[in-house]
Design a protein around this ligand. Structure first.
Ligand code: ADP
Length: 268
């Protein structure tokens, strides 16, 4: 049986989210690409990469208030905002794909804005047949947080986390892994609370003490948004794991099914 792993690399790892400028974290990127290569060299597996938009997407999305209702006369202004965001996240994606291709890894970008549509910020349409076709030919499809057309709101932003949920629901992966900049889920934000308690397993949103989304600028929900998407998957019997991709070799180990500290999101 061929293993299919859906791996998300968070915007927090790949960009400097606190900065107003679009800045890639090329040290983290290079290291993570190296870890992925090492694992793929060990044994063949199908892999889909999802990445966040980080500082390339969120400030633009915030500025243009994409995903909020607007008056008819604002349409042209919102539309150009949509274009600005689409272009900004595409630039990040190109830098990421550059790093993979330099290592000889066959990545192919499949932007959500080119085939996904939403209804009130939830993905409702997007034919994933092309993912299956690229996977069958040995490619590594790469998709990322993006803007898409929305039936209710005209336009909206969809997070890499919602994309993970949609892909996992439809592609029957062996493993769903999310790499971020903390060890996993805590009862409160570990970056602002020294006494935060770590969960090895997380099964209910009620286990959170606060709904503080994230320390980073994020219009798509931060950790809380992530957990909600993953609990939805857990409801359908699909487990996922959040790990710290800042810790060297964690991505390699998780791809090798070795033990890595992290939080499993599961209802059982
Ligand atoms: P990414 O860009 O990697 O997808 P985000 O920045 O959106 O990740 O979310 C990760 C951040 O969420 C962490 O840096 C952390 O500060 C914050 N966070 C807020 N609440 C929690 C919590 N209860 N447990 C873990 N992290 C949390």
């Amino acid at each position: 049986m061929i293993i299919l792993i859906i791996l998300k690399i968070g915007g927090s790892i790949l960009t400097n989210k606190d900065s107003k400028e679009s800045q890639i974290n090329s040290v983290n990127l290079k290291r993570i690409v190296g870890e992925i290569k090492k694992s793929l060299d060990n044994s063949y597996k199908e892999l889909i990469i999802v990445h966040g938009a980080g500082s390339f997407g969120h400030p633009h999305a915030k500025k243009h208030k994409i995903g909020e209702a607007f008056k008819k006369e604002q349409y042209p202004q919102k539309r150009i905002g949509f274009c600005e965001i689409q272009n900004a996240v595409k630039k990040l994606n190109m830098l990421i794909c550059d790093a993979f291709i330099e290592e000889g890894l066959p990545v192919v970008a499949i932007p959500a804005s080119s085939f996904i549509t939403a209804d009130n910020k939830r993905i409702v349409g997007g034919n994933l047949e092309i993912f299956r076709k690229y996977l069958a030919k040995g490619f590594i499809p790469v998709i990322y947080g993006d803007v898409v057309l929305d039936n209710e709101l005209e336009f909206c932003v969809i997070s890499g986390d919602q994309i993970i949920q949609y892909l996992a629901l439809n592609l029957n992966p062996t493993q769903v892994v999310l790499g971020t900049d903390v060890d996993g889920v805590f009862n409160k934000n570990p970056k602002t609370h020294d006494d935060a308690i770590f969960y090895e397993k997380f099964s209910s949103i009620e286990d959170l003490d606060t709904f503080e989304g994230t320390t980073n600028v994020d219009v798509t929900g931060g950790m809380v948004g992530k957990i909600k998407e993953l609990l939805y998957l857990a409801d359908l019997g699909i487990e996922s794991k959040i790990i710290n991709a800042e810790v060297e070799d964690n991505i390699y180990k998780v791809l090798e099914s070795e033990k890595v500290k992290g939080t499993i999101i599961s209802r059982s």
